[in-house]
Design a protein around this ligand. Structure first.
Ligand code: FAS
Ligand code: PHB
Length: 400
């Protein structure tokens, strides 16, 4: 019985989501050897729908890596968002408010493009890597152990990157004494659909309605992406296409506007949570993206935070290889400082736009709803408030 296969690389990246794939490109561009270990299949990875809005900083990073050609072709430049409440729809014009735009370009398309570019370049990516275990990150021989079609593999490396998302193994490999986590859940979830129908709006619509939140997003001029607030324990089986469209028509409807319907090609329910780990570094292990933090999707920050992390981490890894370790030493604090600003914005957007059906007291429920209407009236009528929202939605700098 032979022992594990012994192999070596420079950077072992666990997870081939946006964080892992983008970091791989940063390293590839600098000629740094790496291997990406992905638990699922290529098909499963490409089948995930998820996020849809890219901040300017994310677009700029992808462009700097020469990874924006598909994005330039298929991405949709958006000049703001609409906030809707009590039958009124108000546009926030980002170029007018903060001189920036955002780009609508689905995470599914981004991951497909990042992966295709890796495969074109012959990157070292292992799919269906099983039982990944982080090893020796506080000693002199960091590495990862996993199983592939050859059997057990011991992969020695200089550094391990946990880009394996909220449910991954890397964050969980930290000793409890080394890390605290902070989390809150929300008494609602998002039911999301993809529909083969031209979007009925130019910019995204975020709507507060007594029945619950609804949002009109999109993936292209032919495919709409829409969301509904539902109870956290809802089953997608209880939501027929007709029931979904009825709720969207009710919650998004305003005088003089029609929501076009079409065949629903994907529907799923996503729970809402805010989560932050107290550190993104432990010895030679560094966490990036959802492995270290989660936001409710209302502020469109999940994917963008993952990219912001790897922009910092990638440069820090290159600096260390050039003899300057300060970036890696500062990475966790820098990334988490930005992340807490993103957390508060995502929480603020979420609480402003969702209804608390779980509140048993009718008076308290009514008070909360009317306070939210008051908040939205203030935000849509105050230049300072609109600028603050636009500045955060369009994206904070990667480095303060
Ligand atoms: P990811 O979770 O994307 O990638 C982690 C990768 O690691 C996965 O491919 C996983 O298979 C792999 N992995 C996990 N464990 C592993 C192991 N043990 N070994 C090897 N590989 C392992 N954000 C928005 O901005 N807007 C949205 O509308 C939105 N919707 C979402 C819907 C859902 C259902 C989910 C889960 C997230 C959503 N997000 C949304 C957030 C999402 O976009 C994330 O922020 C983004 O995917 C983060 O990217 P990564 O950090 O790369 O993590
Ligand atoms: C999406 O298009 O999937 C999307 C857009 C904006 C959000 C969340 C999701 O805030």
């Amino acid at each position: 019985m032979s022992g594990p296969v012994q192999e070596t690389t420079g950077v072992a990246i666990v997870g081939a989501g946006p964080a892992g794939l983008t970091l791989g490109h940063i390293l590839a561009q600098a000629g740094v050897p790496f291997r990406i270990l992905e638990a699922t299949t290529r098909e499963h990875l490409l089948g995930r729908v998820r996020a849809g809005v890219l901040e300017q900083g994310t677009v700029d990073l992808l462009a700097s890596l020469g990874l924006d050609d598909d994005l330039r072709r298929r991405g949709l430049t958006h000049h703001g968002i609409y906030l809707q409440y009590e039958g009124e729809r108000h546009h926030l014009d980002f170029p007018e408010l903060v001189g920036r735009t955002v780009t609508v370009y689905g995470q599914q398309a981004l991951v497909a493009h990042l992966l295709a570019e890796h495969e074109r370049a012959g990157s070292d990516i292992v799919f269906e890597a099983a039982d990944v275990q982080v090893r020796g990150v506080t000693g002199s021989s960091p590495g990862v152990r996993y199983r592939d079609d050859r059997g057990e593999v011991e992969l020695a490396c200089d550094v391990v990157i946990g880009a394996d998302g909220y449910h991954g193994v890397c964050r969980r490999s930290l000793p409890p004494s080394e890390q605290v986590t902070w989390e809150r859940t929300y008494p609602y979830a998002w039911l999301g659909i993809l529909a083969e129908v031209e979007p009925s709006t130019d910019d995204l619509v975020y709507a507060l309605h007594r029945e619950g939140f609804a949002m009109h997003s999109m993936r292209s001029r032919q495919v709409s992406r829409l969301y509904l607030q539902v109870a956290p324990d809802e089953s997608i089986d209880d939501w027929s296409d007709a029931r979904i469209w009825d709720a969207l028509q009710t919650r998004l409807g305003v005088d003089g506007w029609t929501l076009a319907e079409g065949p629903i090609t994907e529907k799923s329910i996503t729970p809402m949570r805010s989560f932050v780990a107290s550190t993104l570094a432990h010895g030679r292990l560094f966490l990036a993206g959802d492995a270290g933090h989660i936001v409710p999707p209302t502020g469109a920050k999940g994917l963008n935070s993952a990219i912001a992390d790897v922009a910092l981490l990638g440069q820090a890894l290159l600096d260390e290889r050039a003899g300057d370790p300060t970036g890696l030493a500062r990475y966790s604090d820098q990334a988490l400082s930005r992340q807490w600003k993103v957390q508060q914005f995502s929480q603020w957007m979420t609480e402003m736009l969702h209804v608390h059906h779980d509140e048993p007291d009718a008076s308290a429920r009514g008070f909360r709803y009317r306070s939210q209407v008051g908040q939205l009236e203030y935000v849509t009528r105050s230049l300072a408030a609109r600028q603050s929202l636009a500045e955060q939605y369009a994206g904070l700098p990667f480095r303060e």
